[in-house]
Design a protein around this ligand. Structure first.
Ligand SMILES: [Zn+2]
Length: 116
């Protein structure tokens, strides 16, 4: 018998790192800890498909002083309404340093329908 699934989009904190993740996640996207064993396919982890991935880098060309930065992620729906805005990282970058930033959106690879 398959385990009951949560409605689509329900979230919960990861018991290991406390990041808010999907309740349906078998593996935490942040700390990579396994959260449940998928008995339907005998796999310990749920494969994911990357919907898209963006990579970029920043450099400090502002002379001899450090520059502070914030990495901000926003999510809008199809009507342009803001669903979420999060600061996922902050720091300072010294002259001649760089930071590489990658953003990816992942789906569970199994095309299993979720409750609505
Ligand atoms: Zn976690």
């Amino acid at each position: 018998m398959a385990a009951a699934r949560s409605p689509a989009g329900v979230s919960r904190p990861c018991p290991h790192c406390r990041t808010v993740i999907l309740a349906s996640a078998a593996v935490c996207p942040k700390c990579q800890h396994h959260l449940r064993f998928d008995v339907s396919n005998g796999q310990k982890s749920q494969p994911v498909a990357t919907a898209f991935r963006l990579e970029g880098s920043i450099q400090n060309h502002a002379g001899n002083s450090a520059r502070e930065y914030s990495v901000v992620v926003t999510v809008h729906n199809e009507r342009g309404e803001l669903l979420g805005r999060e600061v996922v990282g902050v720091g300072a970058i010294r002259p001649n340093e760089s930071r590489n930033i990658t953003l990816s959106v992942e789906f569970p690879a199994a095309a299993e329908p979720l409750e609505r």
